[in-house]
Write a protein that binds this ligand. Structure first.
Ligand SMILES: Cc1ncc(CNC=O)c(N)n1
Length: 223
């Protein structure tokens, strides 16, 4: 029997071009090809630290919505809690990595694309935003990083050794499994969602993809 085509599958096919634009961005390609400009990498590092700090309350709001959505026999809360725990570790990693590269985190000023992305995250925190819509954003945000950095670890990649650890952070297999769990959560929610919520969730996915492209552009010095 043919497996049923899920909503996320339909969306990824429909928006392939934009999705590939986010996961195969010139910034990522330059890491993979080994010709990354280190100052672009440092820009990304400092800006992403600011983003991740803003990401924490957003993820906490998704966790709250998963809990309140009550019929959580599927373990959504635990999966999302794993994401929160990983973020705790990630913030320490950013500090360590910034020190290693001589990036002064306390003096980083968020650039426009970053500010707009963080503002977008904040707009998704409120209780009026449905769990399904917020979960779609969460899944997409995590998956874009997973896919992007996994691309830099493929056998034929020429990623500089000093950037391998960064790529491992999101590109590793267990982060990939976590992203799959998020995708299952999202598809299960979308299966029972109203047309209105499905429409909103798809629009939210597109916004995430656009913000991710802008974020890479910023790091790449294309703003
Ligand atoms: C801009 C951006 N998008 C996604 C992620 C990955 N999620 C958490 O780390 C990230 N760090 N930064």
């Amino acid at each position: 029997m043919q497996a049923k085509i899920t909503v996320t599958e339909t969306w990824l096919r429909k928006h392939r071009h934009l999705y590939d634009g986010a996961t195969r961005h010139p910034f990522i390609r330059s890491i993979r090809d080994g010709n990354i400009n280190i100052s672009a990498f440092k820009t990304w590092l400092g800006q992403d630290y600011i983003f991740v700090r803003a990401f924490v309350p957003f993820v906490a709001s998704v966790l709250t919505k998963a809990y309140k959505g009550s019929d959580d026999g599927n373990g959504d809360v635990e999966v999302i809690l794993g994401g929160v725990a990983a973020l705790h570790d990630e913030i320490s990693w950013f500090k360590k990595e910034a020190f290693k590269w001589g990036v002064q985190l306390s003096s980083i000023v968020p650039q426009k694309a970053n500010q707009e992305y963080c503002r977008f995250l904040e707009s998704l925190i409120g209780p009026e935003v449905e769990y399904t819509v917020a979960a779609v954003a969460f899944w997409a945000i995590e998956t874009i990083y997973q896919q992007s950095f996994a691309h830099c670890l493929e056998d034929d990649s020429k990623t500089p050794p000093e950037l391998k650890e960064t790529c491992q952070r999101w590109g590793n297999e267990s982060f990939g499994e976590y992203c799959n769990s998020l995708r299952n959560i999202v598809d299960r929610q979308l299966e029972k969602a109203s047309d209105d919520v499905i429409t909103k969730a798809e629009a939210t996915l597109l916004r995430v993809l656009e913000h991710e492209v802008d974020f890479w552009n910023m790091s790449h010095g294309r703003t």
